[in-house]
Design a protein around this ligand. Structure first.
Ligand code: NAD
Length: 331
């Protein structure tokens, strides 16, 4: 199939070309993102391949339909950026990569916790400047602390197991409980109970209408004073302005985020010589107890291999008229 890939980086090209050894599909790589202003690039293609910050709203999808696009292949797990209703109305299939390396994201959440807690990012810079003082680098033992996990699907489950390995008490909240995790020592509770008792809260649920701003003024206030909030899932799970208020008043002790609600204009770009217009991210960056990474949870060799291979298989199955096991259907 002739596939237009959007929001691509050099590593996307490397991995997609490696997976496409027999040249089953023809890939064209665009650095720009796909939205209603860039759909003219899709003329002459049968498929588009998009990532987390491409914006496939109704208008974009209508134009894709007019241009003859038959399938949207997401090279990620989340699909909150696609209007599924519009795609279904226009008979455009949507496929995704439901699981590529849940370990990659769970391990990145742990990296955020360890860095925020033990301040290794600050220690690294200090030592480089011949500053060997330990002043203000004090952390806390993770052992026997309570970790609250919101969403215990593929990534959340692995995160739970890692935290159990540190000797933490793991409390979880999910609309579906996992018997396997219960057997391993995870205790399910209400969201309020989890927030009130956790020293660390980590978000691993999808962004859907029910979870939009699940961490807001009211729920953030319910968190234990001085606790740590980690988000490697989707930015929209946290109300940014509310989290800034909680950091300012010292109620929230630490924030580690790999995703940000307005990340579409910032992440995956080198803006080092630009004037950043987003005042909220600048405020967040100014806190000493906030750590931000730019959506790199997925970014491991294993995950990129799996993403490109699954996307290729999704496209081949569509071309051959086979059942699409990774189809995202409008409910
Ligand atoms: P998954 O579908 O396996 O698990 C999601 C879990 O959330 C499920 O157990 C589900 O029951 C639960 N859930 C659904 N609605 C809920 C609600 N209202 N309250 C509480 N829990 C609810 O998904 P996954 O593979 O574990 O991925 C989780 C999320 O991680 C994805 O949706 C995606 O947004 C994010 N993600 C981020 C990166 C990254 O690079 N940072 C990479 C991949 C995925």
């Amino acid at each position: 199939m002739k596939v237009a890939l959007f929001s691509t980086q050099a590593y996307d090209k490397d991995y997609f070309e490696q997976s496409n050894v027999n040249k089953i599909h023809s890939f064209t790589y665009f650095e720009t993102s796909l939205d209603e202003f860039t759909t003219n690039l899709t003329l002459g293609f049968e498929a588009v391949c998009v990532f987390v910050n491409d914006r496939l709203n109704r208008k974009t999808i209508e134009q894709l339909h007019q241009n003859g696009i038959k399938i949207i292949a997401l090279r990620c797990a989340g699909f909150n950026n696609v209007d599924l209703e519009a795609a279904s109305e226009m008979n455009i299939k949507v496929v995704r990569v439901p699981s590529y390396s849940p370990n990659a994201v769970a391990e990145h959440a742990v990296a955020l916790i360890l860095t925020l807690n033990r301040k290794t990012h600050k220690a690294f810079n200090r030592v480089k400047e011949n500053n060997f003082s330990l002043d203000r680098l004090m952390g806390f033992d993770l052992y026997e602390k309570t970790v609250g996990v919101i969403g215990t699907g593929k990534i959340g489950a692995i995160f739970c197991k890692i935290m159990l390995g540190f000797g933490c008490n793991v409390v979880a909240y999910d609309v579906q409980k996992s018997d396997e995790l219960i057997k391993q020592g995870v205790r399910y509770s209400s969201l309020d109970d989890l927030l009130a008792n956790s020293d660390i809260v980590s978000l691993h649920c999808p962004l859907i209408p029910q979870t939009l701003h699940i961490l807001n003024r009211i729920s953030l206030e319910k968190m234990k004073k001085g606790s740590m909030l980690i988000n490697t899932s989707r930015g929209g799970l946290i109300n940014t302005k509310d989290v800034i208020k909680e950091l300012k008043r010292g109620h929230l002790g630490y924030l580690g985020i790999d995703v940000y609600e307005q990340e579409g204009d910032l992440f995956f770009k080198d803006l080092s010589e630009s004037i950043i217009q987003d005042d909220d991210i600048l405020r967040l960056m100014s806190f000493p107890n906030v750590l931000i990474t730019a959506h790199q949870g997925f970014f491991t060799k294993e995950a990129l291999t799996q993403i490109s291979m699954t996307t290729l298989n999704n496209l081949t199955s569509f071309e051959n008229g086979e059942t699409l096991s990774n189809e995202v259907k409008n409910k």
